[in-house]
Design a protein around this ligand. Structure first.
Ligand SMILES: Nc1ncnc2c1ncn2[C@@H]1O[C@H](COP(=O)(O)OP(=O)(O)OP(=O)(O)O)[C@@H](O)[C@H]1O
Ligand SMILES: [Mg+2]
Length: 304
């Protein structure tokens, strides 16, 4: 699991990753989790380094959400270790994880659709001015700060007074990323941020994910889509039925191989062979593993 920064350039990925993986911010060592009799995760090791995007891929039920719930403090691991800055920890609540700089952006973003963008940016952490008991919301400062932070990430919204519900899904994800950066996140976890989005909107989210990475955050990107993962990823961990099926740095694996791991290339080939025995099915016209992989976007409900 040694991390060597090998840079293959493309649109959202610079030649040299800014952080070439200093010490791990967060690490799982042989971690596992059982829910009663269900063993959802077993013997998983993973390191999240500053300035790097660690992608966690896997099919439905593979254990992706379980893995991030352990890191974000929603669940506790029942085997192995969770380390933050090299020290073993056990979070009881998401607030404890947040206090250590671990922020999670869930797909069903915790925003209030009818409130303006700037208000959502500061939800729960509003800026105030004036002494008690005449303390008031410092609206001007909140608007200015939100605008600055969004611009710093390259996000330009014409009007921060717009209800956040009127933004596109990609823009809302971007605001959530900028918000986490502003409030001091060191590790940013994104659970299927592109699952419900079209091609262009997905590109927008990948771009801001890269911007967070460039600011030195360790990013964990959960996805079904190997193409999205490969556009920004520095390391790829593929889960299957709760265990780590593949753990590879970018320099060790190509997109095609990654897609094969995701699509279950071997199983598809066997299925094709079986279908060939059935008259009436033209196996020449069945999709290849890669084609299936690229049609990945899952429905939002699946991406819990
Ligand atoms: N709270 C729970 N109680 C019991 N079993 C659970 C619980 N949460 C998850 N599981 C089981 O653990 C396994 C892994 O689930 P998990 O949600 O981590 O998968 P996932 O990779 O996130 O899937 P998806 O892509 O569908 O979101 C599944 O078999 C699931 O049924
Ligand atoms: Mg999930």
């Amino acid at each position: 699991m040694a991390d060597k920064g090998t840079g293959t350039a493309d649109a959202v990925r610079p030649e040299t990753p800014p952080g070439d993986g200093g010490a791990a911010l967060v690490e799982l060592r042989g971690a596992g989790k059982s829910y009663g009799n269900v063993r959802a995760l077993h013997d998983v090791s993973l390191a999240v380094r500053p300035g790097r995007v660690t992608c966690v891929l896997g099919d439905n039920g593979a254990g992706k959400s379980t893995l991030i719930k352990i890191i974000s403090g929603l669940h506790q691991h029942s085997e192995g270790e969770l380390l933050v800055d090299g020290t073993a920890v056990r979070f009881s609540t998401p607030r404890e994880a947040l206090a250590r700089g671990i922020a999670t952006v869930y797909q069903d973003l915790a925003t209030v659709p009818l409130m303006p963008v700037w208000r959502n940016f500061f939800l729960g952490s509003e800026m105030t001015r004036g002494p008690w008991p005449v303390r008031r919301l410092d609206i001007a400062r909140m608007k200015r700060t939100a605008d600055d932070e969004l611009r710093n990430m390259g996000i330009v919204l014409d009007d921060l007074d717009r209800p956040i519900g009127t933004l596109s899904g990609g823009q809302r994800q971007s605001v959530a990323i900028a918000r986490a950066v502003h409030f001091g996140a060191r590790v940013l976890i994104l659970d299927e941020p592109t699952a419900a989005l079209g091609v262009k909107q997905s590109g927008v989210v990948l771009k801001y994910m890269a911007a967070a990475r460039d600011r030195g955050l360790g990013v964990i990107f959960i996805t079904h889509n190997p193409h999205h993962a490969y556009m920004v990823g520095d390391h790829f961990s593929v889960l299957r039925l709760g265990t780590l099926e593949l753990s590879a740095d970018r320099g060790e694996i190509g997109l095609e191989e990654l897609t094969d791991h995701m699509a279950g290339g071997v199983e598809l080939a066997a299925l094709k062979h079986e279908l060939a025995q059935v008259r009436g099915v033209d196996v020449q016209r069945l999709p290849e593993a890669e084609d299936l992989g690229s049609s990945a976007p899952a429905s939002p409900e699946e991406a819990s």
